[in-house]
Design a protein around this ligand. Structure first.
Ligand code: ZN
Length: 187
């Protein structure tokens, strides 16, 4: 299983690189990274693991965060369930993604964005499109199209940024971190 200390820290220069397009079929190593990442992200969101120091909660992980400069990432989204129902998750595996359209409307995560490579809170607003449509491929090389809104839209934009060597806090206005607070919708 993936360990927290295998995830690159923000100080690691490799996170700044622009990852390369992936050729299919994926290697066995890539498949392992995908499966281990999904396992980690799912475990990290389970209520029973909230106090477990082996996990920091995360929704997405890009290959470069594990030192692999290839254009793919996974997102594990917790789905709404009834109060006493077991937690449910939906997995997204996205290779060579392209944003094909996005809303004009911008939003930001009210509590700020988190990142498994950034082990600190960074105050400020990270502007994101409220809705985006992505085209890319799944792990088998089959074309996929995903429409994402709200939190999921933020997660996709955060991960695509990783593929381009951008960390979320670089999108915060340096002179006025809360610039846009009154013009963008918070979620
Ligand atoms: Zn991140």
């Amino acid at each position: 299983m993936l360990k927290l200390n295998e995830i690159l820290d923000e100080k690691d220069k490799r996170l700044k690189c622009v990852s390369k397009e992936v050729k299919f079929p994926l290697t066995e190593k890539d498949i392992n990274i995908i499966n281990n990442s999904i396992e980690y992200l799912t475990n990290s969101q389970l209520e029973e693991n909230l106090e477990n120091e082996k996990f920091r909660p995360g929704m997405g992980l890009a290959a470069i965060q594990l030192g692999i400069p290839k254009r793919y990432f996974v997102i594990v989204e917790e789905l709404p369930t009834g109060e006493h129902d077991p937690q449910k998750f939906k997995n997204y595996i996205v290779v060579n993604p392209k944003v094909v359209s996005h809303s004009e409307e911008m939003i930001y995560a009210e509590l700020g964005e988190g990142c498994l490579s950034v082990n600190r809170e960074v105050p400020g607003i990270v502007p994101r499109h409220a809705r985006i449509t992505i085209e890319g491929f799944n792990e088998l090389g089959e074309p996929i199209k995903i429409r994402a809104r709200e939190e999921l839209s933020i997660a996709f934009q955060h991960e695509i940024d990783h593929l381009n060597g951008i960390l979320f806090f670089e999108r915060i206005d340096k002179t006025d971190p809360f610039n846009g607070e009154n013009t963008m919708r918070s979620i």
